[in-house]
Write a protein that binds this ligand. Structure first.
Ligand SMILES: Cc1ncc(COP(=O)(O)O)c(C=O)c1O
Length: 269
């Protein structure tokens, strides 16, 4: 079937303009920390990626993904590798029968972040999309708008983000935990939000070192009454909150212990 396209006023038949990631956000990605030419948390990213491939019925094997990564990983310096998988090119909502999953790797340097975060609360709220909850899919327009709102709070590094029901779900680009009386709590990711690799690693580590955890509905007041609060993601690790909505906090014992455990894992990776 004939197809003609124009880009910024010019006829341009580059196939990338027909990529389903661009047209429908039809794909997933992983942002991974690179260290010594390797991905220290790869097994965790791999598990989430396999779940996403399964949920979205993406026709790609893990062997092909690992081959793709092996082609360039060894030459990468310390930083962040974003691996994007799209369902390939063309079609409407129904993909073309011959669409081939496209694998894209993009590396960037990682600057230093603050040692303690100043966090606020955002007004814009996440919608419920249970079909996609937990996945790190390409549809990140809510996060783009949330980041814009966060940037209107000078000096703030992260924020509690609620869903339309008023439950705290995560941060703008991270998951969130709080400690109350030596129990670690984190929101359930069922209606929306990303089930982060670092969140999964922390929950697993807590089981091993016997820190009690609860995954449950959490409100802003729970965080304001907490003994410790931290955000986390796979790139920056565990980020303690030092100020939450004007209330100062310190890095507590559980946060410090988990930071230490993570540092050891990364050192020996
Ligand atoms: C919206 C959102 N939630 C949670 C996370 C944490 O995910 P991960 O631990 O896999 O980096 C991220 C990471 O970028 C994110 O963008």
């Amino acid at each position: 079937m004939q197809h003609i396209q124009w880009v910024d006023g010019q006829a341009d038949d580059h196939p990338a303009w027909m990529d389903r990631g661009l047209l429908f956000a039809d794909g997933v990605f992983e942002s991974m920390r690179v260290q010594d030419g390797g991905l220290p948390l790869w097994s965790w990213h791999r598990d989430r990626l396999m779940q996403a491939i399964d949920s979205l019925h993406l026709p790609v094997s893990m062997a092909r993904i690992e081959d793709h990564l092996a082609g360039h990983l060894a030459q990468l310096k310390e930083g962040v590798l974003r691996l994007t998988l799209t369902r390939g090119q063309g079609g409407g909502y129904r993909p073309r029968a011959d669409a081939k999953v496209c694998l894209i790797s993009q590396w960037r340097e990682l600057g230093t972040g603050p040692s303690g975060l100043r966090a606020t609360l955002l007004q814009q709220r996440l919608g419920h999309v249970p079909m996609l909850a937990g996945l790190k899919h390409l549809q990140k327009l809510e996060q783009v708008l949330l980041q814009g709102e966060l940037d209107s709070h000078p000096g703030c590094d992260e924020a509690l983000v609620q869903d339309i029901a008023g439950q705290v779900i995560e941060g703008v680009a991270s998951n969130v935990f709080m400690v109350h009386r030596y129990v670690l709590h984190t929101p359930a990711i069922e209606q929306c939000g990303v089930a982060g690799v670092m969140r999964a690693w922390i929950l697993d580590r807590c089981r091993r070192v016997r820190i009690p955890t609860r995954i449950r509905a959490l409100e802003v007041s729970d965080f304001l009454n907490a003994d410790e609060v931290f955000f986390c993601n796979a790139v920056r690790g565990i980020m303690p909150v030092h100020e939450l909505l004007g209330r100062s906090m310190t890095t507590g014992v559980i946060t410090s212990k988990l930071q230490l455990e993570l540092a050891q894992v990364l050192r020996h990776a």
